[in-house]
Design a protein around this ligand. Structure first.
Ligand code: NAP
Length: 521
């Protein structure tokens, strides 16, 4: 029996691609969920629909009105989030994992809506700064204004956060007035499709503001140019390929990439066994390895530990990993679900093999795991895997991203070496330093800031309120230099402004006031 092709939402209607498509299977049972195909769909019409109807409908709304629409869309998802939880389990996500994606995504959209309603003008144009007087008589001035480009946002998302990844891009784009086409990753496209369906059914958004392509998008980049923006999340390899397209290199479509990274967490020299910081470090590492079965771009891949403490950390982390219960989401006692699919598990095993060849295995067997509530051979289950690499000059721990419950322990001596090792990741999304020594914290934060989009300093004072190493927040920048993609998302209203065109307008003060719709004194 051939699977039903997942619908796309284009030019105001649901339609299905032709052909058999790519089959997507349940991560736990191996049953077919759907097929994904965009073959034969009219993407040119979709782009036209966004540019004409979507753009003009959004321009009828001021920033706060668009924020209100985003808030209603988020509220519609909130009201039906149980459906998204249920579907998330098919992708191997436990309830805790689904909360990160579903509640995290809804919360992010709500925060953007709230910031925009409070802080952006009731207008379609923003004055970015005060006028700069350019003449002695005060008759000629300049001011930077932000307006909506006459284009669309294409968002291309990774499989691991189908809801959060979509909403964290969608909210700022729509508030900026930019109509959006969403292209989810194939393995979890059915989750994005359901979320889009809920939003469309709610009627929260103006017509043409949101479209969905379930499937691949050959030819779509050919339709994009200087007024358009592409927001990509996924592997560094795909980012490099897309960034080289003529839409970006010749026609200057804006391209923002959030790629993979070899994030590190550094245990401070002061954090000996028995201190609060030692426990916090161990807990954070286990959490980052097991939430979403380690399929998180911000997860701790490299745990840097003072050389004389490697064994203590290895033992403490192994003891906690031994109590992780792998199995079907929702089954009794299960604390870690499955990877998204069998081919993802093959990739994780291959990456693990490269890491372990550079050092030694500390915990877990990539080919053996006790599975609760499901048949081990049908689902994409894998044990948490901890590796130790004593030769820190080896390239593997700094280059190989095993996108699963895998982390590597690395020894260091002194702040300088910790900073140098952090930098070997060549740019990361998130780093953390677990220490109660402010001088060590300062040295390390300043030393590694250039390589990081976000750094958490964790200690006994902030632990209770800390949001953790791996959690991007809508108020703070998410992104990272170099290998992490060189992009920037979130960061409060920076994300909205990033979608707008900045223009320096020059003229008399009265003209500048008129442009901004301000009273002309
Ligand atoms: P991926 O294979 O690079 O795919 C990412 C997206 O690109 C998917 O939607 C994919 O579609 C699409 N794509 C692939 N080739 C394309 C092409 N030629 N034209 C247009 N679109 C194309 O990554 P993934 O396996 O989904 O995600 C895992 C990776 O993402 C990990 O490396 C992880 O670190 C990274 N990640 C980063 C962040 C971040 O915020 N920085 C967040 C999450 C994940 P198909 O699925 O249909 O091929």
């Amino acid at each position: 029996m051939t699977a039903d092709v997942l619908p796309s939402y284009l030019a105001g209607a649901w339609s299905r691609g032709s052909g058999a498509g790519t089959e997507v299977r349940d991560a736990v049972t191996g049953e077919t969920v759907c097929a994904v195909s965009a073959e034969g769909l009219d993407l040119e019409a979709a782009v036209g629909h966004a540019r004409s109807l979507g753009w003009s409908e959004l321009q009828k709304l001021t920033f706060p009105a668009r924020a209100a629409a985003v808030k209603s869309a988020a509220a519609a998802l909130q009201a039906r989030k149980g459906e998204l939880y249920e579907l998330s389990a098919r992708a191997g996500a436990t309830r805790r994992d689904a909360a990160v994606d579903v509640d995290g995504g809804i919360g992010t959209a709500m925060v953007f809506a709230s910031l925009a309603r409070k802080e952006l003008p009731d207008s379609v144009v923003i004055a970015e700064d005060e006028p700069v007087m350019l003449g002695r008589q005060g008759t000629f001035a300049g001011r930077h204004v932000l307006t909506t480009p006459r284009g669309i946002a294409l968002q291309i998302n990774a499989f691991n956060f189908p809801i959060w990844g979509m909403l964290e891009k969608l909210a700022p784009a729509l508030i900026a007035g930019v109509p959006t086409i969403v292209k989810p990753a194939t393995p979890t496209a059915y989750l994005a499709e359901h979320a889009v369906r809920i939003i469309i059914e709610s009627g929260a958004l103006p017509e043409g503001a949101l479209q969905l392509v379930s499937g691949s998008i050959p030819g779509l980049f050919d339709l994009l140019g200087g007024q358009d923006q592409i927001g990509f999340t996924g592997s560094a390899q795909t980012a490099a390929r897309l960034r080289a397209d003529a839409a970006v290199t010749r026609r200057s479509a804006r391209f923002n990439a959030e790629a993979d990274s070899l994030n590190c967490s550094i245990l401070g020299p002061d954090a000996t066994p028995g201190t609060a910081e030692f426990e916090l470090f161990v807990d954070a590492l286990v959490t980052e390895m097991t939430v979403k079965a380690g399929q998180k771009c911000t997860a701790i891949r490299r745990a840097l530990v003072p050389a004389d403490r490697l064994r203590d950390v290895a033992e403490a982390v192994s003891a906690k990993l031994a109590s992780v219960v792998v199995g079907a989401p929702g089954a009794d006692g299960v604390t870690m679900g499955a990877l998204v699919g069998l081919s993802q598990r093959d990739d994780v095993r291959a990456a693990y093999a490269r890491l372990v060849a550079a050092g030694s295995a500390v915990f877990g067997d990539p080919d053996k795991v006790d599975v609760h509530g499901a048949e081990a051979e049908l689902g994409a289950f894998i044990s948490p895997l901890l590796v130790r690499v004593d030769d820190v000059d080896r390239s593997e721990p700094h280059e190989v991203e095993a996108f699963g419950p895998v982390s590597t322990l690395l020894p260091y001596s002194g702040a300088e070496q910790a900073i140098a090792l952090a930098a070997r990741g060549e740019g990361s999304l998130a780093g953390s330093v677990v220490t109660h020594d402010p001088d060590f914290a300062r040295d390390v934060v300043l030393g590694m800031a250039a390589y990081h989009g976000r750094i958490l300093v964790l200690d006994r004072d902030s632990a209770a309120e800390s949001t953790g190493h791996g959690t991007p927040l809508p108020q703070l920048v998410h992104g990272g230099p170099g290998r992490a993609g060189g992009g920037e998302e979130e960061g409060g209203l920076r994300a909205v402004r990033a979608h707008l065109q900045r223009t320096a307008v020059q003229g008399s003060p009265a003209v500048l006031a008129a442009v901004l719709g301000l009273p002309q004194s």
